[in-house]
Ligand binder design. Structure first.
Ligand code: ACO
Length: 355
């Protein structure tokens, strides 16, 4: 598609719960072990919200962090898009709450949902609004609090997820300086039953009444089917987005995949011939944070100086729906706070790693 103007990412930010839950902690809830979880998933610990934390709070924190990274004020934002499957309420939207919290009084705000691929979808939508000349600055946030929809007695699922928010700031730029080089989005509703959270919407006839309540409102997953889907979807999305960008997989400096599971990430990277040191991951310390995981992985790596700037990176997501997609981005954004950024207490805890 031909756009009137280009877009570039000028900031990245994170919003994280305070509490760290280790694999060892989970052995007190379900029959599992640190060794099993780490070997099968690569996860060592994750952040989980406490009673006072919420999706809106984490999203607002990520937004403020991304704005500070970009060195801009909230009132310069014209559009706020929040990708989430786990909002605090059906409405108002999380985006409207963030818009008010950051003082983006001129901004339009809405939520959208594409599960773990949500941040890729949201980046693409933001790019369209900038490309059409409608808005010049767009805040894109991915946030999920899956811990509220997990069965903490089910070892198949409760070990996989963490809570968190990640944000990007997109800005209009001259077409010649366009840094959103290519995107690719896909969906296949035929696989909807493979990963879902039942009885949380209007399909359940007694939702919102005192009538009989459902026996489960927990996340349900066919782990093996999702694994198979993901190891095919990631290479496809990376190849298609790089082709759309007019480059090849060999031209990518880094792949920043959705952080579901280290085995999925490694299998997909192998199929693409991408070297281990080019793969950005922090699944060991955050688990699967769904729509937040891609910006959070990049945020961690940048905070630890693990990413060379400028570089060409391929962000790639997959998740419920089924959905999958990718965005090839030239990354030139540096943290306008300089060294001050590394003093954050939470960043000290969040040790990034390149797998
Ligand atoms: N601790 C110990 N044992 C466990 C645990 C656990 N936490 N969970 C399952 N097991 C057991 C199973 O009960 C099973 O035992 P059995 O053989 O006696 O029946 C055994 O381990 C093997 O189970 P499998 O399901 O075959 O294990 P597998 O090697 O497939 O790994 C996993 C499971 C990690 C879930 C894998 O299927 C996977 O990675 N799937 C993708 C999941 C995922 O990433 N989902 C989210 C992606 S999409 C999104 O992000 C929204």
């Amino acid at each position: 598609m031909k756009f009137a103007c280009g877009a570039k990412i000028i900031g990245v930010g994170a919003g994280l719960p305070v509490s760290v839950v280790t694999n060892e902690d989970l052995t007190r809830l379900v029959d599992t072990s640190d060794e099993w979880i780490e070997t099968r998933t690569g996860i060592k610990e994750r952040r989980i919200v406490n009673e006072t934390e919420s999706a809106t709070g984490l999203a607002t924190e990520a937004a403020r962090d991304a704005l500070a990274y970009a060195g801009i004020e909230g009132d310069t934002i014209e559009l706020v898009i929040v990708a989430t499957s786990t909002p605090d309420n059906l409405y108002p939207s999380t985006a409207c709450q963030v818009q008010a919290a950051i003082g983006a009084s001129r901004a339009v705000a809405f939520d959208m949902e594409a599960a773990c691929t949500g941040i890729i979808y949201a980046l693409s939508v933001g790019q369209q609004f900038i490309g059409s000349g409608t808005y010049k600055r767009v805040l894109v946030i991915g946030v999920d609090v899956h811990s509220r929809f997990l069965n903490w007695e089910d070892r198949n699922t409760c070990i996989l997820f963490g809570d968190g928010a990640g944000a990007f700031v997109l800005e209009a730029t001259e077409q010649s300086d366009n840094q959103m080089l290519g995107t690719y989005l896909r969906a296949d509703g035929n696989g909807g039953h493979l990963l879902w959270i039942p009885n949380t919407g209007t399909q359940y006839p007694h939702a919102g009444t005192d009538g009989p309540q459902p026996t489960t409102r927990f996340l349900q997953m066919n782990g093996r089917a999702i694994y198979e889907f993901a190891v095919n979807a990631v290479p496809e999305a990376v190849r298609q987005a790089t082709a759309a960008a007019g480059i090849t997989v060999d031209d990518i400096d880094y792949m920043v995949p959705h952080q579901a599971n280290i085995r999925i990430i490694k299998a997909a990277a192998d199929r693409l011939g991408i070297k281990k040191e080019q793969v950005v991951t922090n699944v060991d310390e955050m688990g699967n944070t769904s729509a937040a995981s891609i910006p959070l992985a990049l945020w961690s790596a940048i905070r630890r100086d693990k990413v060379k700037i400028p570089s060409t990176m391929c962000l790639v997501g997959f998740g419920a729906g089924l959905t999958w997609g990718s965005a090839v981005v030239k990354w030139t954004a540096v943290d306008k706070r300089g060294d001050a950024a590394s003093t954050s207490e939470k960043a000290e805890k969040a040790e990034a790693s390149i797998s």
